[in-house]
Design a protein around this ligand. Structure first.
Ligand SMILES: Cc1cc2nc3c(=O)[nH]c(=O)nc-3n(C[C@H](O)[C@H](O)[C@H](O)COP(=O)(O)OP(=O)(O)OC[C@H]3O[C@@H](n4cnc5c(N)ncnc54)[C@H](O)[C@@H]3O)c2cc1C
Length: 440
């Protein structure tokens, strides 16, 4: 795993650094000093990083699987800031020390088009980063933001390519020009792949909603089955799918949801979806027979990737139960009697989604089910409050413990506190895994 991670990071560095290395190793135009060339290097580096940003969110499975999609999205988010800073520094150096190179006016109707393209690229990249970072503050609905993000990033990249070709400073030689054209072409291929080919492949493999069932805590069970094809060949318990319901897969209206069912019940897939926002608050309007499309499976949050685990610990809150539910269902279907400790936090007893099913699973598993209620009913004898080290110590086996693997999924304050508690108990960080339900 570490090797595959290192290999992808190395490839990233190669992709980002090669264009400028080749440009600078080639013919550097004469008569320019260090700061001028440095500014150009920053511009090319920023531009190459912006190009690779598209690949990071293209959900290329061999690339996402060593890290997890959530980590890749996190990279995407932080690298965007670095790329923007590089492009801004490229402009800033020219503005401070080579103002004449920016032309006599910024008026887009009077300035040289290639300079306007450069300024437009900087503005569009800036807007793409700012509207993403402060989306909630700007009250941008997630679906609308996604459209905006794709448009800003695509236009920004197009403007930057036009700027580089139009200026022609390092792209005059046939080799450099070919290099940039190749880079632009691969970016276009990626765009067509993600926005056209992938949705097209989804439309060829439609699914159908076969069950819609309300549950506690506003969690709806939605089950789908393949419509005229074999469906998913396999997935690991705990993995997730990008699910499109009713809308076309071209519509950028897909949402990530854990596959709450077990691989053993394929081809049927079940999701536990909590009413929350724009899309999920209308989940109860979905009807059996409605069309669905999926892009799956993704994710690394699975017992099947932890073969060494002699015992499994789940620490979950609310709808964070879904990955554990998939894993428990799968363990039961396989007759796997490894001990499982499930710490399940909820507000009240009536908020405990899948309560009866979890109770029933105890008969088929070595399952220690520990409910933790913030607001317990009268006479409650179980755990109350939040997940703390004391709660964990009370239920987990004393040292020397078997090799435990811990799966954390729920509100961030809960998973952060649980992680600290587990580390404090001497469980190594590599045995603690967190699934983040919020990608952006
Ligand atoms: C790996 C993973 C597994 C998940 N599993 C489940 C699950 O089993 N059950 C469940 O109820 N929820 C799950 N979620 C959360 C679920 O995706 C969001 O709650 C849902 O997308 C919210 O959409 P909304 O429009 O109703 O809410 P909004 O209020 O519009 O959005 C709430 C937040 O959800 C996120 N979000 C919204 N739309 C998308 C989207 N299209 N793509 C990515 N993120 C989005 C954003 O961070 C947003 O701030 C999972 C999320 C991830 C990342």
């Amino acid at each position: 795993m570490a090797f595959r991670q290192a290999a992808w990071i190395a490839l990233y560095l190669v992709l980002v650094l090669t264009p400028q290395a080749l440009l600078f190793l080639g013919e550097v135009p004469p008569g320019r000093d260090f700061w001028w060339n440095f500014s150009m290097a920053l511009g090319f580096a920023g531009m190459a990083m912006m190009g690779v940003q598209f690949a990071l969110t293209a959900r290329i499975r061999p690339m996402t699987s060593p890290f997890g999609v959530d980590i890749i999205y996190l990279f995407h988010r932080y690298l965007a800031w670095i790329a923007l800073a590089l492009v801004a520094a490229h402009f800033g150096i020219l503005w401070l020390w080579y103002e004449e190179s920016l032309g006599p006016t910024i008026n887009p109707f009077a300035a040289d088009w290639e300079l306007t393209a450069g300024r437009a690229a900087l503005l569009l990249f800036g807007l793409a980063v700012v509207t993403s970072e402060w989306r909630k503050l700007l009250r941008l609905e997630y679906g609308l933001w996604r459209y905006l993000h794709v448009v800003l990033a695509t236009l920004g990249f197009g403007a930057a390519v036009a700027h580089i070709i139009g200026i022609g400073y390092f792209t005059a030689s046939p080799m450099n020009r070919t290099l940039w054209l190749l880079a632009t072409l691969s970016w276009l291929v990626l765009l067509v792949w993600v926005r056209l080919v992938k949705p097209m492949r989804q439309t060829r493999e439609p699914w159908r909603v076969v069950e819609v069932r309300p549950g506690r805590n506003d969690v709806w069970t939605i089950a789908i089955e393949p419509d005229g094809h074999a469906g998913l060949r396999r997935f690991l318990p705990g993995q997730f799918a990008w699910l499109t319901l009713r809308n076309s897969p071209f519509g950028l209206r897909e949402h990530p949801f854990t596959i709450a069912s077990a691989p053993e019940s394929l081809p049927r897939l079940e999701f536990g979806i909590k009413e929350l926002g724009d899309f999920t608050s209308r989940i109860g309007e979905v009807r059996p027979g409605d069309p669905a499309w999926i892009d799956a499976p993704y994710g690394v949050f699975s017992i099947d990737r932890q073969k060494a685990a002699e015992g499994i610990v789940g620490i979950v809150g609310g709808v964070g139960i879904t990955p554990m539910l998939s894993m428990l269902r799968s363990l039961a279907a396989r007759g796997d009697r490894r001990p499982v400790w499930l710490f399940y936090g909820n507000k009240g007893w009536e908020d405990v989604a899948y309560r009866e099913e979890l109770e029933a699973l105890r008969a088929r598993l070595d399952l220690h089910l520990i409910h933790i209620l913030e607001d317990p009913p009268e006479g409650w004898k179980g755990e109350t409050g939040f997940v703390t080290r004391e709660v964990l110590e009370r239920h987990l086996p004393p040292e020397p413990r078997p090799h435990l693997h811990c799966f954390l999924c729920g509100p961030t304050p809960m998973t952060a506190a649980a992680e600290q508690a587990l580390l404090g108990m001497g469980i190594p960080a590599r045995q603690i895994q967190t699934e983040i339900f919020e990608l952006a």
